[in-house]
Design a protein around this ligand. Structure first.
Ligand SMILES: NC(=O)C1=CN([C@@H]2O[C@H](COP(=O)(O)OP(=O)(O)OC[C@H]3O[C@@H](n4cnc5c(N)ncnc54)[C@H](O)[C@@H]3O)[C@@H](O)[C@H]2O)C=CC1
Ligand SMILES: Nc1nc(O)c(N)c(N[C@@H]2O[C@H](COP(=O)(O)O)[C@@H](O)[C@H]2O)n1
Length: 226
């Protein structure tokens, strides 16, 4: 099956949490890391998040640097990459920032169980892709994105989507910034939530690079999919 080259970018606390137990976005990394994230966005064909992240953080997922926007435009691309929400039940708010801010194509990926009225309303703002019955079939979705010409896909979480992609063997690399705070809490989301892998079936990684950045560490991992 064809699929885009896919990487996750995430920031987590020293204890592996990506936000607090009330799912409120916290600033884990600093300006240098956000600028690195912006560069990754600008170099990608598309950026994907789960609807949990849209509901919690309402990100715009736009490229922030004007010079990077100009480079994309002069190369014939939209200034912002395609922005994709994985949203089985079509819960994305119609006034979400991904619709209000930036330029270019937005995609909401739904399952066939999503309520029709809401899907119709979302279709005025985004291209709708239906994949799967109860929840989005991520492998099917990746094939469809590939056939639309999306070759390089950046995933910005959250915890549930990261698990869905990693457990289906759909991720090639992971950038993980580890910041100098503890968040704690057994219900705070981690980099990878979901059911988790079993002892005999863990997902191995190869460390590509590690560097100190501001008050934390940036790790780059290659995922050794079977
Ligand atoms: N520190 C960081 O780098 C980041 C932190 N976050 C945090 O993550 C939290 C949100 O994470 P979650 O609640 O886990 O939501 P999520 O963003 O992972 O979205 C989960 C949703 O994705 C949809 N989905 C559809 N099909 C799926 C499938 N096959 N597999 C997996 N998901 C599927 C479902 O509708 C599900 O409810 C927020 O607290 C946010 O602040 C989010 C992004 C980056
Ligand atoms: N890389 C990173 N570091 C942090 O410290 C964070 N809190 C996050 N959160 C995510 O950053 C994105 C912000 O997007 P916009 O600025 O609205 O475009 C969003 O995906 C947050 O979940 N990331």
């Amino acid at each position: 099956m064809n699929r885009p080259f896919t990487f996750i970018n995430s920031a987590m606390s020293a204890d592996g949490k990506i936000s607090t137990r009330e799912r409120k976005q916290v600033r884990i990394s600093g300006d240098i890391d956000f600028d690195r994230m912006d560069e990754l966005r600008a170099s990608s064909d598309a950026i994907m998040v789960g609807v949990g992240t849209v509901l919690a953080d309402d990100p715009s997922l736009t490229v922030k640097s004007q010079s990077r926007r100009d480079v994309r435009k002069s190369a014939g691309f939209d200034e912002d990459p395609v922005r994709i929400v994985v949203d089985s039940k079509a819960r994305t708010p119609l006034d979400a920032d991904i619709f209000k801010k930036g330029t270019g194509m937005r995609i909401v990926a739904i399952s066939s169980s999503a309520p029709k009225g809401k899907v119709d309303a979302l279709s005025e703002k985004a291209t709708i892709i239906t994949a799967g019955d109860e929840k989005v079939d991520l492998a099917l979705l990746m094939g469809q994105l590939s056939s639309m010409g999306i070759q390089r896909l950046m995933v910005e979480g959250g915890a549930t989507l990261n698990w869905g992609l990693l457990s289906n063997g759909l991720v090639d690399e992971v950038f993980s910034f580890i910041g100098n705070i503890f968040i704690g809490g057994n219900s705070s989301p981690t980099l990878v939530d979901g059911e988790g892998f079993l002892k005999g079936d863990l997902l191995p990684l190869e460390l590509i690079s590690s560097e100190t950045m501001e008050e934390g560490v940036l790790l780059k991992w290659k995922v050794l999919n079977k």
